[in-house]
Design a binder for this molecule. Structure first.
Ligand SMILES: NC(=O)c1ccc[n+]([C@@H]2O[C@H](COP(=O)([O-])OP(=O)(O)OC[C@H]3O[C@@H](n4cnc5c(N)ncnc54)[C@H](OP(=O)(O)O)[C@@H]3O)[C@@H](O)[C@H]2O)c1
Length: 277
């Protein structure tokens, strides 16, 4: 039997590629209207046209660089002007970096934090009041297994993702009894364009997963009101078996694993770019 869903609107950041495009596809397939956000307008428009044709849903495109200071405000202004309320926010856009911290381009690291952290918080701030006013809403924040422990050679990326996990858990506890569900999705290595930027050597962790399986796990987790989801048995085991204390020791242990990203490269390029796992 098909369960009828009332029309809902989901906003997905980073929808031009990888996990974001997959979120858009699975959400459209279940009947959600969509707002797609990223910088690559042509890719977003192509995806939007396909989803409108295949699923008869409304799809809006907002081309926005999330590294810009006022990105969240601009998106919020566009939504208000179009009269769009958001029921599900998927804060997915992000990228990584890996290598010797002192040799990674500082500006690129700043941009990473703007996208992975600042824009995520900003959009959540912009959309939560509307959700509370409606009596409910849902948020999926895309973290990473890299966020479960301090990860040398992925210093900025793993720290940003640790923020995403803690932010999500804290917000969930605060808003849970007011009808807003918050889920942190913490994938391990996934087959997307992510590693084009950080390098294949950054794929540390369990078996590489397909984006479709990762997104299915996230939507199932949200349905079940889970606090966080680590898709894949190997990823879940490594995320949960890693001890949390003493913190200094964990960072040293993590270094034994993550140093492979710079092995054999005593003077890595400015941006070897990043991991996951
Ligand atoms: N793939 C993995 O192994 C893995 C594992 C754990 C977590 N993750 C996380 O999953 C999320 C999605 O990544 P992915 O694996 O799907 O990689 P991806 O295929 O490279 O997609 C990244 C998305 O983020 C968007 N984005 C990047 N910089 C942006 C900016 N300045 N402004 C707006 N959008 C921006 C990109 O769009 P434009 O370039 O068009 O702007 C693209 O749509 C990220 O948060 C990543 O950290 C990935």
């Amino acid at each position: 039997m098909t369960v009828e869903r009332s029309a809902r609107t989901a906003l997905v950041t980073g929808a031009s590629s990888g996990l974001g495009a997959e979120f858009a596809a699975q959400l459209a397939a279940r009947g959600d209207d969509l707002v797609l956000v990223a910088r690559s307008g042509d890719r977003l428009e192509r995806l939007a046209a396909r989803l409108r044709a295949n699923h008869k849903v409304r799809v809006e495109v907002i081309v926005q660089d999330l590294a810009e200071q006022d990105a969240a405000r601009r998106i919020s202004t566009r939504l208000t002007a179009a009269g769009i309320g958001v029921d599900l926010l998927v804060n997915n856009a992000g990228f990584g970096s890996a290598g010797h911290f002192g040799e990674i381009d500082a500006e690129s690291e700043r941009e990473q934090l703007m996208v992975n952290v600042v824009a995520l918080v900003g959009l959540t701030h912009a959309l939560v009041p509307g959700m509370l006013a409606k009596g409910g809403g849902e948020i999926i924040n895309v973290g990473s297994t890299a966020g479960f422990q301090p990860s040398p050679y992925f210093v900025t990326y793993s720290s940003g993702k640790a923020f995403v996990l803690n932010f999500s858990l804290a917000l969930r506890a605060e808003l849970g009894d007011r009808g807003v569900r918050v889920l942190a999705l913490c994938p391990g290595p996934t087959e997307t364009a992510f590693f084009d930027r950080v390098g294949k050597g950054a794929a540390i962790g369990g078996k590489t997963m397909a984006p479709a399986a990762v997104v299915r796990a996230a939507l199932r987790g949200l349905e079940r009101n889970r606090a966080y989801v680590v898709p894949g048995l190997g990823n879940a085991l490594s995320a949960h078996l890693t001890p949390r204390r003493p913190r200094r020791m964990i960072a040293a242990m993590a270094k034994r694993v993550t140093r492979s990203v710079v092995a054999g490269d005593p003077r890595p390029k400015a941006t070897l770019a990043a991991t996951d796992g």
